[in-house]
Design a binder for this molecule. Structure first.
Ligand code: ZN
Length: 205
């Protein structure tokens, strides 16, 4: 994803530079009118807005990317059980719609899709399903030791889910808000660029 300025944003900055350079000459010639000053103010305001929008864009995407990369699936070859000889070769989608990594084992020369998802979004329903299955198994455990270990594992998973859920929803919300701001900013940039272009033509006539 291109996190740099978009082409219309760049066009706008070029126009702003044009008007600023022209203003320098007008100042020297003592011909800078109020209308032009207002135009320069509007240029400054929108440039500042765009800069800060751009910083937000980078930050929100970086946080999102960090989340995407946080899951270590601990995959190992189902045949030789080695984890050091496998190489990620792609991404699979499970019947449930979860994305998981596909690997190739260089030793066994087989490819396989790992069952656990490769991202925290899909990890939530995956662990939820796992917890459900473990809860069903609980009744079959006889010894107190088994029960205690089982309970501990369940508690850990529930804890992890409780920690992960708010992080994911916060990131989703930020991405949603950013998408709304992107639209607003694009509209603003488009309108102002048009205005500046008309002004430029008027000045050069
Ligand atoms: Zn293997």
């Amino acid at each position: 994803m291109d996190l740099d300025f978009k082409s219309e944003e760049r066009d706008l900055f070029r126009l702003v530079t044009y008007f600023k350079k022209r203003a320098e000459i007008l100042i020297i010639e003592n011909r800078l009118g109020d209308e032009y000053k207002q135009l320069l103010d509007a240029c400054d305001t929108l440039s500042t807005q765009l800069q800060s929008h751009m910083q937000q864009r980078i930050q929100v995407h970086a946080e999102h990317q960090q989340l995407l990369e946080m899951v270590n699936d601990n995959a190992k070859c189902p045949k030789c059980q080695r984890l050091d000889l496998i190489k990620k070769i792609g991404v699979d989608t499970s019947p449930q719609g979860w994305k998981s990594n596909r690997y190739k084992c260089r030793r066994c020369n087989i490819t396989f899709a790992w069952s656990a998802p490769n991202n925290p979004w899909d990890m939530i329903p995956y662990v939820e399903q796992f917890v459900e299955q473990m809860e069903e198994k609980s009744s079959g455990l006889v010894s107190a030791e088994e029960q205690s270990a089982h309970q501990q594992a369940l508690d850990n998973m529930r804890d992890n889910l409780a920690k992960l859920r708010p992080v994911i929803s916060a990131s989703d919300l930020k991405m949603k808000e950013l998408a709304v701001r992107e639209l607003q900013m694009a509209e603003l940039v488009h309108k102002f660029k048009k205005q500046l272009m008309i002004e430029k033509i008027r000045l050069e006539d």
